[in-house]
Write a protein that binds this ligand. Sequence first.
Ligand SMILES: [Mg+2]
Length: 183
Amino acid sequence: MIKKLIPDYVYKTIYDIPLEQLHSDGIRLILTDLDNTLISYAETLPNEKLFEWKKKVLDLGFEFILVSNSRKERVDKFAKAFDIPYQKFSTKPLKRGIKRAIKKIATKKYEKNQILLIGDQLMTDILGAKRCKITAGLIFPVDKSSDIKSTRLNRKMEQFFLNRIKKKMPDVYNLKLKEFDEI
Ligand SMILES: [Mg+2]
């Protein structure tokens, strides 16, 4: 179980994702979480910086889909304002929402090694990506203090597993998760 919580990559923010590098590594489809990945829970709409980032993502030739566990209208509003395809109520870490995004929403057929999922939570985003056998990128939450109740519960579980990883796989922990754990 804990191996499935280890991200392939860790970035402080989405702006730190080395898009050119990922593209030359063969990634073509980027799935991202919404809350505390693209915007904090306190925000509702994409800002100028995010629009610039999206343009770069698309210009480089990636396909980009939003995959959120939230069922709220804020997901529809954000995705429409940001003009991107999306899957809400995606039930990460279950596979079905992620699979639906890959198989039904994506405009092309992608191999698993061409897909990257980016998110701010080990228990939903990273575990979901690993279950689907796609590449997992962890982002530091945009504003942890804005986490809603369900996310706070997930974070408690996340903390339990971070402690386990620290104990059982100290090298991996130091390399990939220490900084994330300490924020
Ligand atoms: Mg999130």
